[in-house]
Design a binder for this molecule. Structure first.
Ligand code: NAI
Length: 347
């Protein structure tokens, strides 16, 4: 009895693993030495769909790669960075090498928030970092799927899109802003107030990834529907501004890193499952989207079905409550501004 059920339990992962082995799922992490990059690299090393990991950072990548490389999973780990020559002190950059042959590029490079900062305050530093990394992807691995974590996501994703577009290689099916942390937080917080399990509270979060642009669709879940009044307002506020709790608690040492690494690895796994041919993989992500394009908002997070070529289907937001309509009305103008700012930076 035990042997039979154990064998059955093993079947799906065995199938997944053998089919993945025939595919190239080389994943690069750009910014691998950072607060997110390090635990994210570890979690990706533990993902059976990842065949090879390419860890790049302007500092610290060799240490992370040596460390993560000892984990006893099959994927290979290589590090790339700035190598200082002992002869002339010239720093040779290995970014292009890091990107050779990669299927998926995850970008957590850039500065995080300190207390009192909004994500938009990071724009000046992170915009050029993300643009330069996107240029390298366009040059070396134009077919790669790009997962943008660096903030402000509402602007950095349009920056990557415009950079790829300029290089003539933009494919909207292969560019994703990672908004999974909002989904993770929403599920966790909703489970907390309803005394249920997060697995029963899979909240769809739409819009963008900053304060009022984060729109949780609680009414679409039986557990979420029942929440009203002050309790509803407090829950929505916590989902929209949960990142501030972490920034405040870290007291100047950065923003969410561990939960973000978890969320980044979770999204990467969803994408890889889709690329691997699994059907029905649906999760919210910030992509080039037709949903509000008629209002000049051409990037938007909503449920997206992931398939062998990346974005397979963008789901509409579905039925929403009057409160959610108000949240959406507050989201759209702010999101539009953020997107335009990103586009203007590249233009
Ligand atoms: P961190 O400062 O700990 O790490 C950033 C890393 O990027 C550093 O190791 C740095 O050397 C590297 N870096 C800087 N310029 C680079 C370049 N040109 N090429 C390669 N690497 C480069 O910051 P942390 O905490 O890891 O955050 C990274 C980014 O992720 C921030 O912009 C932060 O706001 C964002 N973030 C996004 C979230 C989301 O939900 N999408 C959630 C939390 C943070």
């Amino acid at each position: 009895m035990f042997a039979r059920s154990a064998a059955r339990a093993l079947q799906p992962s065995a199938r997944l693993f053998s089919s993945s082995a025939s595919r190239n799922f080389k994943v690069a992490v750009l910014g691998a030495g950072g607060g997110i990059g390090q635990p994210l690299s570890l979690l990706l090393k533990n993902d059976p769909l990842v065949t090879s990991l390419s860890l790049y950072d302007i500092r610290g990548a060799p240490g992370v790669a040596a460390d993560v490389g000892h984990v006893d999973t099959p994927s290979e780990v290589c590090s790339f960075g700035h190598i200082m020559s002992e002869v002339n002190g010239y720093a040779a950059d290995q970014l292009d090498q890091a990107l050779e042959g990669v299927k998926v590029v995850v970008i957590p490079a850039g500065v995080p928030r300190k207390p009192g900062m909004t994500r938009d305050d990071l724009f000046n530093t992170n915009a050029s970092i993300v643009r330069d990394l996107a240029s390298a992807v366009a040059r070396v691995s134009p077919e790669a799927h790009i997962l943008v974590i660096s903030n402000p996501v509402n602007s950095t994703v349009p920056i990557v899109a415009a950079t790829l577009e300029k290089a003539g290689v933009f494919n909207p099916a292969r560019l994703f802003g990672v908004t999974t942390l909002d989904v993770v937080r929403a599920s966790r917080f909703l489970a907390g107030v309803t005394g249920t399990q997060p697995s029963e509270c899979n909240v769809t979060v739409v819009g963008g990834h900053s304060g009022p642009t984060i729109v949780p669709l609680l009414s679409q879940l039986s557990h979420g529907k029942s929440i009203a009044g002050e309790k509803y307002d407090a829950l929505v506020h916590r989902i929209q501004f949960g990142g501030d709790e972490v920034v405040k608690a870290k007291d100047g040492a950065g923003s969410a890193t561990l939960s973000m690494a978890y969320a980044g690895a979770k999204f990467a796994n969803s994408l890889l499952r889709g690329l691997n041919g699994e059907k029905g993989v649906v999760t919210p992500t910030f992509v080039k989207s037709p949903l509000f394009a008629d209002q000049g908002i051409d990037f938007f997070a909503s449920n997206v079905e992931l398939g062998v070529d990346g974005v397979e289907k963008i789901h509409p937001i579905g039925e929403i409550s009057a409160e959610e309509k108000k949240l959406l009305d507050a989201c759209l103008p702010e999101l539009k501004k953020n997107i335009e700012k990103g586009k203007a930076f590249v233009a």
